[in-house]
Design a binder for this molecule. Structure first.
Ligand code: HEM
Length: 437
């Protein structure tokens, strides 16, 4: 009896300890998230963090006008106009990877690729390649220190983060000013053009500080998440050659890849991509099993009840995307990489609104999700049609989840081109990009 009593006390103590640690963990992570804004935002910036959210302040501006702007930035027409540019950046990158004599670090390289895509395509900056490389290094320093304690001491992470932000903002200001002066020779409107134009239309012309903060946040939202998903995509195609082959079959059937293996000439359009159903399943499955972001935070605006538990107003709550995907009853064999689960015959994601949410859910769902999916699809099409790639290590690396999901050593892969041109970097690519962007 005494023994049972002791067991109960010990179980209760463990439960209490767990609850305390979870609460502490939540409190600390919430604080860190809030500190992020201390480190990333300039004090002169007046854009408020939206009520109940710890999300991206830019989008939370009152009056919903910014939401309308974002719906334009990621509209079907806008995506169609970004598509050839995204493809060019990806093709150029794959050529560079294939020409590299050694294996490349895929996670590092996809970070450069998404940064390049954000700067060149989304923001339309024509920064010379060398300056872009420097900006990328500074950006990495900024991201590494985003979650640092706000102690402004020499050599502290916080100081390094602030310094990186200042350099970045200088670079961005220069690029924005150049862009505002030179609008000729462009064949499409990028996200920054749309932001500037629409803010004028809504009578809210944005200050230079707001523009710099806005662009920095757009890059922040796009960069690590898309690099994480791109790396996971490459890793899964390496792990599952049958999936890659099935993808190639689909590309052949749709006339994107010749039966001999080389890619067909011609432009890739959004409607062509939307006919590639298996491709869609592959991307969905990568995002289910390897969701880049673990979850999101919210501040409770109104007391509510969930499964018999009362959640009081003012509390911070976190919703877990990863746990949702792991426990959702709609997915069979949750740990198996199986793109066909999203195929027409099974459609495992069709039941329930909140079982599958790699891009979050509700009113603060990811605004760049269509762009992210488009980028991943083009990357998969180009990989399947123009590249051969092999794992350069004996085993696949371990995965870590922080700050976004990625392989511990970055994933070492050797790329080879499929045709004779593949190993050459074409000088005209750069010229084409700067002429159009
Ligand atoms: C695979 C890539 C991506 C993933 C997995 C992803 C995921 C997410 C998630 C889960 C959220 C919601 C966070 C929350 O609930 O608080 C979010 C928000 C957001 N994402 Fe993405 N994202 C990706 C790419 C992008 C891209 C490319 C852009 C834009 C260029 C973007 C822009 C945003 C913005 C602006 C928000 C804030 C929405 C708001 O607060 O209302 N994302 N993203």
């Amino acid at each position: 009896m005494l023994f049972e009593g002791l067991e109960l006390v010990s179980a209760l103590a463990t439960l209490a300890a767990c609850l305390v640690s979870v609460t502490l963990l939540l409190a600390v992570s919430q604080q860190l998230w809030q500190l992020r804004w201390a480190a990333t935002r300039d004090k002169s910036c007046k854009l408020p963090i939206p009520k109940g959210s710890m999300g991206f302040p830019l989008i939370g501006e009152t009056g919903h006008w910014l939401l309308q702007v974002f719906s334009k930035i990621f509209s079907h027409e806008a995506l169609q106009s970004y598509l050839p540019k995204i493809r060019l950046v990806i093709q150029d990158t794959l050529r560079a990877w294939s020409s590299h004599p050694e294996a490349i670090n895929v996670y590092q390289e996809t970070q450069k690729l998404t940064f390049r895509m954000a700067i060149r395509v989304l923001l339309g900056f024509s920064i010379p390649e060398e300056d872009l490389g420097h900006l990328f290094e500074v950006y990495q320093q900024f991201v590494e220190n985003v979650f640092s304690l706000p102690v402004d001491l020499p050599f502290s992470g916080y100081r390094r983060g602030i310094q990186a932000r200042q350099i970045l903002q200088k670079g961005l200001e220069k690029a924005i000013r150049e862009k505002l002066q030179c609008t000729q020779g462009k064949d499409y409107s990028d996200a920054l053009d749309i932001l500037i134009e629409s803010s004028k239309e809504h009578g809210k012309e944005m200050t230079m500080q707001e523009l710099k903060d806005g662009t920095l946040e757009l890059i922040f939202a796009a960069y690590a998440t898309t690099a994480s998903a791109s790396t996971s995509l490459i890793m899964q195609l390496l792990k599952h050659p049958a999936v890659l082959e099935k993808l190639r079959e689909e590309l052949r059937a749709q006339g994107i890849l010749h039966s001999g293996g080389c890619p067909c000439e011609g432009t890739l359009r959004l409607d062509t991509l939307s006919r590639l159903h298996y491709l869609d399943c592959v991307i969905k499955e990568v995002m289910r099993l390897f969701t880049p972001i673990s979850g999101g935070y919210r501040t409770v605006l109104q007391t509510f009840e969930l499964d018999g538990f009362q959640i009081p107003k003012g509390w911070s709550v976190m919703y877990s995307i990863r746990d949702t995907h792991d426990t959702a009853p709609v997915f069979k064999d949750v740990n198996v990489f199986d793109p066909d689960r999203f195929g027409q015959a099974r459609s495992e994601d069709k039941d329930g609104r909140f079982h599958y949410l790699p891009f979050g859910g509700g009113v603060r769902t990811c605004l760049g999700k269509h762009l992210a999916k488009l980028f991943l699809k083009v990357l998969a099409v180009e990989l399947a049609s123009t590249s051969r790639f092999e794992l350069a290590t004996r085993t696949f690396p371990r995965i870590t989840l922080v700050p976004v999901l990625h392989p511990v050593d970055g994933l070492s892969v050797k790329f080879f081109g499929l045709d004779s041109n593949q190993n050459k970097i074409l000088p005209e690519t750069e010229a084409m990009l700067s002429a159009t962007v």
